[in-house]
Design a protein. Structure first.
Length: 371
């Protein structure tokens, strides 16, 4: 089959980019399409040599830094891609990729990390992150996001089959688009971790420092606890976190995978407060034999076995996290149980389930997930 894989923006190597790598393992002949592509950011990754067909957004000056601000243009951009010559179209979507235009003689499968969170359940975070809080500007932005919601719902019907990355995401798809989705957990490179025989005494956070990741609240919790915390990651809240962190907190900024792996292999526990659609970092921590202390909503409840491979807490506050950490201090969780738990999210498992799904659709001519 002629295969097209449609991504959103290829600017950094993260979770959806790792998903693209796995899809290219299954379909190495596939052509890749995206809104924008920043090749220099992939020189030391598995995507360093790929050719990417991009949209008119690629010609916008500074697009690699400002692409999120052009969200209102993205539906037009994704619809401008011509994938009409392909038998199978696979869209990897957390914003608009599922809206690529296809015709009746094609099979279009969408792997959904989330319905467009900026237009649905994370609108306020988007407005705050981009400084759109002035009442007049906020009114205009909110109206624009409302139009994006209408487009998003309409565009969701273009997919013959929807796959969600978690049951949490599947529930959002049902709410936003009134469609059912099969669940296939994303691929995680669990093999790269080797749990340390003797774990160190520090807690660990690996996260992009943006509002919904709750890095500031995690910092406040450990300020009150006085226990050692290592924070790896960067983002717009990095300086704020630095300014309030006490001496027991080490802030390392961005670090390559090798450093992240080393710290996860040795950490006492991994802490997380975001409501994630899935949460690959939590799986990676489990693969490293690291118990996870996390807010219970979202993917955390599907990843962490509460009381066995980690601890889930019920309120998204620094006080609740601090209480959970103190509770964890009195527990003795098995590192092997955590690493065994992570095996169910392996890349090999993803490839098998994803390919089975594709073959089922291709052979039957009818999507198993329909409206």
């Amino acid at each position: 089959m002629n295969v097209a894989i449609v991504h959103e923006w290829l600017t950094t190597f993260g979770g959806t980019e790792r998903l693209l790598v796995e899809c290219l393992q299954l379909f190495p002949q596939a052509d890749v399409f995206a809104l924008t592509h920043t090749p220099q950011n992939f020189q030391h990754t598995a995507l360093k040599d790929i050719k990417v067909h991009t949209t008119f957004l690629q010609n916008v000056p500074g697009i690699d830094r400002h692409y999120r601000k052009l969200l209102p243009l993205m539906p037009y951009a994704i619809e401008s891609l011509d994938v009409s010559g392909y038998d199978l179209v696979i869209s990897l979507s957390h914003a608009v990729a599922h809206g690529v235009k296809t015709h009746d003689r094609q099979t279009h499968v969408s792997y959904i990390s989330t319905p467009m969170r900026y237009a649905w359940h994370m609108r306020d975070d988007y407005l705050k992150l981009h400084g759109l809080t002035n009442p007049l500007i906020q009114f205009a932005a909110t109206s624009t996001l409302g139009l994006l919601r209408r487009w998003d719902t309409f565009a969701s019907a273009r997919s013959d089959s929807l796959i969600a990355n978690s049951y949490w995401t599947a529930s959002h798809i049902q709410h936003a688009w009134q469609r059912k989705a099969d669940v296939i957990y994303p691929p995680v490179d669990v093999q790269r971790f080797v749990p340390a025989q003797q774990r160190d005494d520090y807690y660990l956070l690996v996260s992009r420092l943006v509002p919904y990741k709750m890095g500031i609240e995690i910092t406040k919790a450990f300020n009150s606890l006085g226990l050692p915390l290592v924070i790896i990651g960067d983002g717009p809240e990095l300086q704020h976190v630095r300014s309030i962190a006490k001496e027991n907190i080490t802030i390392m900024g961005y670090q390559p995978d090798a450093i992240v792996t080393e710290f996860m292999n040795k950490a006492k526990a991994f802490v997380y407060m975001a409501t994630e659609d899935f949460g690959i970092a939590m799986v990676e921590a489990q693969a490293a034999g690291c118990p996870v202390i996390a807010y219970y909503k979202g993917g955390a409840s599907e990843i962490v076995r509460d009381g066995e491979t980690g601890l889930l807490f019920k309120e998204q506050t620094s006080e609740a996290l601090a209480d959970a950490v103190l509770k964890f201090e009195s527990m003795n969780l098995n590192s092997k149980a955590a690493s065994d738990n992570a095996a169910r999210f392996s890349a090999e498992r993803f490839r098998r389930e994803f390919l089975d799904h594709i073959q089922k659709i291709a052979s039957s001519g009818k999507a198993p997930s329909s409206q």
